[in-house]
Write a protein that binds this ligand. Structure first.
Ligand code: SF4
Length: 357
């Protein structure tokens, strides 16, 4: 008999399942504490449950939806990229980025991604399937288990996949993450990054969870964006920005625009002017992300260019020059030099394959 994966159940479903087993409601609380607060993966370790119940649970249910295949740690910045294998043999990657005072756990939401961003290893790999709730929660629990005790951490959905294409699962996962009955995390510690699906951004705004929203603007020009994000060609920038503005209004949280800086392609004078125009009087922060080259060198003909261009990471001086063109018109600009570049764990470098494979 196939076992029930408990972390795929919403919190009300978990309650109902235990009621059907004839267990009193306080048992649900005990189990939730073991699963989500203590991060236990084995029913046998749940010491305050009767032995007969532990045995019954072990026979009918399962607490693990992925296994660690390998991990690569960066000596430079302490970040670690972890490769997980899922039950059907698919693989995903997650990243733990270390800061002195807290860590950031970067989660995947899909196996692969349909957006096909030309600057992203996951995009080149293509879409395989959506992740299930348990597979997302287990990334959090596995990564959390690697942290020093009591260290603060934030969660970012910036790994493999477009989270809003896995909408229902992401929303129910966020409820487990933020509910007092689940992990009890503050929504302020969670950021969801999307390439920009306007209808889903608007819908998320009304779910009442107020997690942070980051929109991968990538660049400020529709034609260039179509070339760089071929899986999203029908989407223009204006409705994305309107949806992000709506999100900020409803949730009271300023949205972040993520701008990928590629030397000679998105860092020209006219690119800075566009970005200034886009953000004028709007509730946005801007993250400038210098392009992280993956394993594949990318050269392509881009709109407005006569010959194929190679995607190139800008130098620190080029980044500084571009930022200088934005300030002070764009008030909140941060440059995010990604961590984990040398272990292939930075933005755009996740590919869900073994380091050797
Ligand atoms: S950058 Fe994000 S949206 Fe684009 S292909 Fe990669 S994972 Fe998908």
């Amino acid at each position: 008999m196939e076992k029930l994966v408990l972390k795929n159940l919403s919190l009300p479903e978990l309650k109902n399942w235990f009621a059907e087993l004839g267990e009193p409601s306080y048992r649900v609380k005990q189990i939730r504490d073991w699963i989500y607060r203590k991060g236990v993966f084995d029913f046998a370790a749940m010491s305050n449950l009767p032995a007969a119940l532990r045995e019954r649970l072990s026979e009918t249910a399962s607490l693990r939806s992925l296994e660690t295949v390998n991990s690569l740690a960066s000596e430079r910045d302490g970040s670690e990229k972890i490769l997980f294998r899922l039950e059907d043999g698919e693989t995903i990657e997650s990243v733990r980025m270390g800061m002195e005072s807290h860590s950031t756990l970067c989660l995947s939401s899909q196996v692969g991604c349909a957006m096909g961003c030309v600057f992203c290893e996951t995009g080149r790999w293509g879409f395989r399937r959506n992740l299930k709730q348990a597979e997302i929660l287990d990334q959090v629990l596995e990564l959390r288990a690697t942290l020093p005790e009591d260290q603060r951490y934030n969660l970012v959905f910036m790994g493999m996949g477009e989270p809003l294409q896995n909408y229902a699962t992401i929303v129910s996962t966020l409820r487990v993450l933020t509910s007092e009955e689940g992990m009890g995390l503050s929504p302020r510690r969670i950021t969801l990054s999307t390439v920009g699906l306007p209808d889903r951004i608007r819908k998320l705004a009304t779910e009442g969870m107020k997690v942070g929203l980051a929109v991968s603007l990538i660049c400020g020009d529709d034609d260039m964006r179509r070339a760089l994000v071929p899986g999203h060609v029908k989407q223009t920038i204006k409705p994305i920005l309107e949806a992000a503005e709506y999100y900020a209004r409803v949730t009271g949280r300023r949205a972040t625009l993520e701008y990928v800086l590629m030397a000679g392609i998105t860092d020209r004078q006219k690119d800075a002017e566009r970005l200034r125009e886009i953000t004028r009087d709007r509730p946005f922060k801007v993250n400038i992300i210098p392009y992280n080259p993956g394993e594949t060198e990318v050269q392509m003909l881009l709109p407005g260019f006569k010959a194929p261009e190679e995607l190139r990471r800008p130098t620190p001086a080029e980044v500084e020059k571009f930022v200088g063109k934005l300030i002070p018109a764009v008030p909140a600009v941060t440059v995010r030099w990604s961590q984990g570049t040398e272990v292939g764990g930075a933005c755009g470098q996740l590919r869900g394959r073994d380091a050797n494979g």
